[in-house]
Every structure is written in structure tokens, then in C-alpha cells.
Design a binder for this molecule. Structure first.
Ligand code: PRP
Ligand code: URA
Length: 210
């Protein structure tokens, strides 16, 4: 099995990603843009949700129409920066449950260190969308998905704004059953394991901490 890698190159998404990259974009605008791109991507990510036939009456006649099977979704942001996607995703799926996985990168080794995990109890039955703006070395996403699988999660995909080739390779090798949705694949990582050209530190830009 191999991960499917899907790059959403819709012009609206590309335009908003370019605004996110600009260093003068304020935290307020950054948050708004992440939410908007999350909405646009979330719409595509759930394209394969199953539908069922439902009998209804329109003002004109009875009709058989399609509605969502009621399949349950869990949105799992990787803290902190993944939180930027949650509001947009909840606008699309108000009944989704939200789990949280806290990961930070050690500044020297760049290894992901877990500091928090709280998932919906029925995680094993849900379609799981892991969200984080950045896939750099892949360490945070790989560890987060290891953790989610260890708690019973099975049906998992993940969504990032910007990914480095190194992260895509590492994640798809570690979790070949997990589909990867991205808005842009960038050139490489720099010596500090930041994505080039990237957008900088997503958490700091989202929350204004630097
Ligand atoms: C960022 C980002 C990812 C991670 C990606 O989080 O949001 O979680 O780095 O890097 P990786 O692919 O090399 O693991 P960070 O560790 O900066 O934490 P923060 O969201 O709290 O700022
Ligand atoms: N984390 C970020 O926030 N940005 C990067 O470029 C790499 C990791």
C-alpha cells in the first residue's frame, strides 16, 4: 500500500497560500487565511464520504435524494498550529468531534516530543482528519499518527498547507495507509529544518508569539 498524495492547486488556495507566505501578513490576517484555506481543503478532503438515499418531499413531488450516511468524523489538530484549521473544519462538519495531540519540535534535534493527547472515545469508529499547517521533517505528523493508531484510530488522512519533499517521503513511508492532502510542495528544508521558502514558524505567526 502507498499513501496517496494530493496537491490542491486550485487558484483560490494558491492565492491565499501566497498571502500566508508574505512576512508582512499580520497574525489576524494569517488566522483568517488559514481558516479559509482549511475550509476550501476540508471540502475536498471529504469528497469520498459515503452517501445514502433518503425519501423526501419537495414542494413539487416526492423524491429520492442523497444525504450523508452520518459517518462520524474526528478532526485532530496537532498543537499548536493545527488549531488554526479547527474552526473552518467545524463550519463544514458541525457534528465532528475534535481530538488534540500536542507535539513540539526539539529546537536542537528537531525531533517531535509529545506533550498532550486527548482523543474522542470512539476514535476507532471515526474517519480521522489530522490537521497541521506544516509538514517539514515529518517527525510531528508521524508521531501524532503513531499515537492515534495506538489509541485505536484506523481510518486516517492528514492535511497540511505546505510540505517539504523530505516530510512527504518520511510520512508516506512510515504510514503508507494514510492519505496526504497538501496545498503546496516546497523546495527543501534549511539547516534549522524550516521549510524553504515556506512561511516561517506557523505557530508563532498564528498566535503572534514572536
Ligand atoms: C510545527 C508545525 C508542525 C511541525 C512540523 O510545530 O506546526 O507540527 O512544526 O515540523 P516537523 O514535520 O519537522 O515535525 P512546532 O513544533 O513549531 O510547534 P507549535 O505548533 O507549537 O509552534
Ligand atoms: N514548523 C514550522 O512552523 N515551519 C516550518 O517551516 C517547519 C516546521
Amino acid at each position: 500500500m502507498e499513501s496517496r498524495i494530493m496537491v490542491f492547486d486550485h487558484p483560490l488556495i494558491q492565492h491565499k497560500i501566497s498571502l500566508l507566505r508574505m512576512k508582512e501578513t499580520t497574525s489576524k490576517d494569517f488566522r483568517h487565511l488559514v481558516k479559509e484555506v482549511g475550509l476550501l481543503m476540508g471540502y475536498e478532503v471529504t469528497r469520498s464520504l459515503p452517501l445514502k438515499d433518503v425519501e423526501i418531499e419537495t414542494p413539487i413531488c416526492p423524491a429520492t435524494v442523497k444525504m450523508l450516511k452520518g459517518e462520524d468524523i474526528a478532526i485532530i489538530p496537532i498543537l499548536r498550529a493545527g488549531l488554526g484549521f479547527v474552526d473552518g473544519m467545524l463550519d463544514l462538519y458541525p457534528n465532528a468531534k475534535v481530538g488534540h495531540v500536542g507535539m513540539y519540535r526539539d529546537p536542537d534535534t528537531h525531533e517531535a516530543i509529545e506533550y498532550y493527547c486527548k482523543l474522542p472515545e470512539d476514535i476507532d469508529k471515526r474517519r480521522i482528519v489530522v490537521v497541521d499547517p506544516m509538514l517539514a521533517t515529518g517527525g510531528s505528523a508521524i508521531s501524532a499518527i503513531d499515537l492515534i493508531k495506538s489509541k485505536g484510530g484506523k481510518d486516517i488522512c492528514c492535511m497540511f498547507l505546505i510540505a517539504a519533499p523530505e516530510g512527504i517521503k518520511a510520512l508516506s513511508e512510515a504510514h503508507p495507509d494514510v492519505d496526504i492532502f497538501i496545498a503546496a510542495e516546497d523546495e527543501c528544508l534549511n539547516e534549522n529544518a524550516y521549510i524553504v521558502p515556506g512561511l516561517g514558524d506557523a505557530g508563532d505567526r498564528l498566535f503572534g508569539t514572536k
